[in-house]
Design a protein around this ligand. Structure first.
Ligand SMILES: [Ca+2]
Ligand SMILES: [Ca+2]
Ligand SMILES: [Ca+2]
Ligand SMILES: [Ca+2]
Length: 99
């Protein structure tokens, strides 16, 4: 009778132990919270809202910002000064060459 109990008990214990180990081995990923990174192609520090990836660590040439309206022009970003008469929305406010 005792042997039968052990026969059931041992595999159950092993199974629980195995699940515990699997659970522990999974946790290293949990202390890293993945976030969305946006491509900063022109290197002005402002990201392209159309080009994003999710990652824990900052990928090269990616930033957390997503407000660059022209990621091929480092002079165009939300903190840039509007340059008149260049037909470009330099400061990303949706208006071209406003005063
Ligand atoms: Ca940029
Ligand atoms: Ca830009
Ligand atoms: Ca503008
Ligand atoms: Ca302009």
């Amino acid at each position: 009778m005792k042997k039968q109990i052990l026969k059931i008990l041992i595999p159950t214990t092993l199974l629980i132990a195995a699940l515990f180990v699997i659970g522990i081995s999974c946790t290293p990923g949990s202390d890293c919270e993945s976030q969305l990174w946006y491509a900063d192609n022109d290197g002005d520090g402002y990201g392209n809202p159309d080009k994003m990836i999710s990652s824990c660590d900052q990928p090269q040439n990616y930033v957390l910002d997503n407000t660059d309206c022209d990621d091929n022009n480092a002079y165009v970003h939300p903190n840039a000064r509007e340059i008149l008469a260049n037909d470009i929305d330099d400061n990303c406010n949706g208006q071209i060459d406003e005063e």
